[in-house]
Design a protein around this ligand. Structure first.
Ligand code: F0G
Length: 431
């Protein structure tokens, strides 16, 4: 079924509209953030659902991607230039041990760590790098706490485009830094935090013409909408009560809000789930803004073990605030200890995720305890990144922290004797 739509970019601050091929990462008039606006698809919600469902299981071509399956409401104008790994098609998992710990039987885990470079960033990057090619960009760049950089490096390699990845020194997990280097991006280690790195690449994109692929880029957010779209599809288009997402620079929170309001407007779903954005307590400016009723924007000097979300001045604050308001959502913060305990539970459930992702699960437990999420609610927590992104966090927790945290699984050093194996076998059979 042919579905045609017209797409524009619109400045969220001054309302000015631009063609979807305008290369500016921000409004050229007022520097406000741009958003992609698609015309409403000229078919019913049921027809759209049938179109997307008909592509499920396709194994070749762009529709094999869990992003490009939704082309008509993500990037309708992209065609022959689509650059896909492919990505998406991540599982929605029920794990009783995790549900029990969180106190909500209906908890499902959307495991975005199973994307090609190990995080949800690939969903935005396939659209962002496709757009970079479409507008004839000659180089791409991003600031990153690690995952965006890893993803950009991989997709730039696919596109044959030179890439700059700008990261804060000493604050990026080893797996992520390794990926940026291995995929061949020029990796710049800045003596400053992530917020400073972002200011720097923002300036570089204005002054040096390099195409910016941080999540302020509205095409990235179009791709990230598909985390929600795919989840809804996996649930037979019956929305859950809650979607929980770890929140740092707030691109995902903004993308989720846009996905949900569009999905309702275009008849894909009949009602909106509530969004819950979960921050680390040491990097929680958005939670502070929420407590203020979003009357003012907060900034903090961030410090959390979850380096992916170690962000003090989130770029997508305003559009994420809109997402929370439009979905009747909440924002909360969880401590580093709670994040690490949640991570140990997710990991020991055989699922595994990086620390920032576990914030969503820790947030589920907190919101259940506060009575915000009711025990019978259907809850989806998004695991944003893979366990192996941050192996140092795992060894610190299990092997190096004194005294051992409650769920530490200490390695046991033994002599090379069968009797020692036997003793350990008994020990693990009795615990
Ligand atoms: N979880 C992971 C694993 C992340 O890498 C990020 C962000 C987030 C959650 C937060 O998402 O920024 O959209 O609110 N990582 C960015 C990066 C900042 O550079 O990789 P957000």
């Amino acid at each position: 079924m042919p579905v045609t739509t017209a797409t524009r970019q619109r400045c969220a601050s001054c309302g000015q509209e631009f063609p979807d091929t305008d290369p500016h990462p921000r409004c050229p008039r007022c520097q406000g953030l741009l958003e992609v606006r698609h015309a409403a698809p000229p078919v019913t919600g049921a027809a759209l659902r049938a179109l997307f469902d008909g592509r499920w299981g396709v194994r070749a071509g762009p529709h094999a991607s869990g992003v490009w399956r939704f082309t008509e409401i993500v990037a309708p104008a992209a065609s022959h230039e689509i650059l896909t790994y492919p990505e998406g098609n991540t599982p929605l998992l029920a794990r009783p041990a995790v549900s029990e710990w969180a106190g909500t039987a209906g908890l499902l885990l959307k495991h975005e760590g199973l994307n090609p470079t190990g995080s949800f960033k690939d969903r935005g990057m396939t659209v962002g790098v496709t757009q970079a090619r479409r507008i004839g960009a000659t180089a791409v760049a991003c600031a990153s706490t690690g995952n965006t950089g890893a993803s950009l490096a991989a997709y730039a390699a696919l596109a044959g485009l030179p890439a700059l990845v700008v990261v804060p020194k000493g604050q990026v997990a080893v797996g992520k830094l390794a990926q940026a280097l291995a995929y061949g991006a020029r990796t710049l280690v800045v003596r400053g935090n992530f917020d400073r790195c972002l200011e720097l690449v923002d300036e570089a994109s204005r002054e040096l013409g390099v195409y910016l692929l941080n999540s302020i880029n509205p095409f990235r957010l179009e791709g990230q909408k598909t985390i929600v779209l795919e989840t809804l599809q996996q649930l037979g288009w019956e929305p859950p009560d809650w979607i929980l997402v770890p929140a740092g620079n707030l691109g995902n929170t903004a993308a989720f809000g846009k996905a949900l309001t569009e999905a309702r407007e275009w008849g894909l779903i009949a009602r909106l789930p509530r969004l819950a954005a979960i921050q680390a307590a040491g990097a929680a400016p958005f939670a502070a803004s929420f407590r203020d009723g979003f009357k003012r924007r907060h900034r903090v000097e961030p410090h959390t073990v979850a380096t992916a979300i170690n962000i003090g001045n989130p770029a997508s604050h305003d559009r994420a605030a809109r997402a929370i308001q439009e979905t009747g959502g909440v924002v909360t913060a969880v401590s580093d200890d709670e994040i690490l305990e949640a991570k140990a539970v997710v990991d020991a459930g055989g699922v595994g995720c990086e620390p920032a992702s576990a914030a969503a699960v820790a947030g589920a437990r907190q919101l259940v305890r506060e009575g915000v999420i009711r025990p019978a609610d259907r809850v989806v927590a998004v695991l944003t990144g893979h366990l192996l992104k941050d192996p140092a966090a795992v060894t610190r927790y299990h092997a190096e922290t004194e005294p051992p945290p409650p769920r530490a699984n200490r390695p046991v050093e033994i002599e090379p004797r069968l009797s020692e194996i036997e003793r350990e076998l008994r020990a693990c059979q009795t615990t």
